[in-house]
Design a protein around this ligand. Structure first.
Ligand code: COA
Length: 392
């Protein structure tokens, strides 16, 4: 069967939710659908149809991604990718991805991004894993701050309305200093703060902590004495210390868990025993696809000066070619060139390098980058390890 592709309409949401829910093994409740309806922009979603029946979906959220150096790049967050089990392995995903990305190119977008249910799916479409998430577990009673760490104070509890006002503003500031940060729209915050019973999985409602430069939300599970951090954003070092001090002082809590502690989070070094921050998992996080090599590479900053000719290979979208990149800490240019290439790079490897999360030399050892890798290795590192913090 040749699937017929069309844009979604608002009326499609229940049927699309059913396709998506079945693919992932759950059923969207009416409350889910009602909540998503406020976020959903149907024209951003493509459907594959077999007659009247919707058998495939892929779409994107309108988001922004922070590059090393702080530049925000508009970047569609590819989401809700699902094909009905009755129609798999016949090329429906490939046709949806082809059409979706044709639209991104028409819109002049420089990068797109996603999170992947399976590591095997998206490399063929030019996506590379670009950030690493760190699951961490902290035995609170043993996690003691060093005596010489200052106590900046300034932390207060607030209610949902207070969180709504404060968190979005702090998050915007945090995005400006955090490579890999993914923006949140006003509707996104509304949705996150809805906090209905069915999202709590037996734990408490969200508690909200504010600092002038930071925000934390967490839940408590009284059964096992766990504090599960949902959001942690600190735009300054003081906010980071102050918020962790508060969390580590939560009497009655035995264990604190966090699902995206940055790889370079200073928390272990603030403690008398750094080993109390135990890493329990390190899955890939955000995957990035470079759509427009000159636009993406000239928008970021580089740790050291580099002047290099890259040969980029892009079998899926044919957006590769030979480009001269001149960049450093203060700016960059990147343009097509006929000069001899210094480095050959697969488009998915460029996605893995873009945020500074994976080194060119590592990808070279995996044969995804070849040539004079030393010319770009240090330059592509970032001021901080990338962290995206918004699952979509
Ligand atoms: C992943 C999924 C959308 C693929 O849909 P599909 O229509 O069967 O995919 P296609 O037939 O277009 O396959 C495209 C290519 O990807 C490969 N592929 C697809 N799904 C794959 C998988 N799960 N593992 C490995 N390879 C996969 C195909 O072999 C094919 O390769 P080729 O074009 O290089 O020959 C579908 O299996 C699904 O809905 N899975 C459950 C939900 C899910 O995981 N969604 C992704 C969310 S991030």
């Amino acid at each position: 069967m040749t699937p017929v592709l069309r844009r979604a309409t608002a009326e499609d949401l229940p049927a699309v939710s059913a396709v998506d829910g079945r693919a992932f093994g759950y059923q969207h409740t009416p409350e889910d659908i009602e909540a998503v309806a406020k976020l959903w922009e149907p024209e951003r979603f493509l459907l594959a149809c077999d007659g009247e029946e919707i058998v495939g979906v892929a779409g994107s959220w309108d988001m922004t991604l922070t590059l090393p150096g702080g530049a925000p790049l508009p970047s569609p967050g590819v989401t809700w990718v699902a094909v009905a089990a009755t129609h798999r392995r016949r090329g429906i995903l490939r046709s949806l991805m082809t059409e979706l990305h044709r639209g991104y190119l028409d819109d002049g977008l420089a990068v797109s991004m996603l999170t992947a249910s399976e590591g095997t799916i998206y490399g063929r479409f030019g996506y590379g894993p670009a950030t690493v998430e760190r699951f961490a577990r902290i035995e609170r009673r043993r996690a003691v701050m060093r005596a010489d760490v200052p106590d900046p104070g300034g932390v207060r509890y607030t209610d949902t309305d207070g969180a709504r006002r404060h968190a979005a503003e702090v998050h915007r500031r945090w995005c400006r200093v955090q490579p890999g940060a993914v923006s949140r729209s006003e509707q996104w915050w509304d949705d996150l703060l809805l906090d209905p019973e069915w999202r709590r999985h037996g734990a408490s409602p969200l508690f909200h902590l504010t600092h002038p430069d930071g925000y934390v939300s967490y839940r408590i599970n009284q059964d096992d004495g766990t504090c599960r951090i949902r959001d942690f954003f600190a735009a300054t070092g003081d906010a980071h210390v102050a918020l962790w001090r508060l969390l580590l002082g939560l009497d009655l809590v035995e264990t604190i868990t966090v699902d995206d502690l940055a790889l370079d989070d200073p928390l272990p070094f603030l403690l008398t025993d750094p080993r109390q921050v135990r890493t329990t998992g390190m899955p890939d996080g955000l995957w990035v696809r470079v759509l427009d090599v000159p636009a993406a590479l000239s928008a970021r900053r580089y740790a050291v000066e580099t002047d290099v000719v890259l040969e980029v290979h892009d079998p899926f979208l044919d957006r590769g070619g030979r480009f001269r990149l001149r960049g450093g800490p203060d700016g960059a240019t990147c343009e097509p060139t006929g000069a001899t290439a210094d480095v050959d790079v697969e488009i998915r490897a460029l996605g893995s390098m873009l945020l500074g999360g994976h080194r060119a030399s590592t990808l070279a050892r995996a044969a995804l980058v070849t040539g004079a890798v030393g010319r770009i290795d240090a330059a592509f590192t970032a001021e901080r390890e990338p962290r995206f913090a918004t699952h979509f």
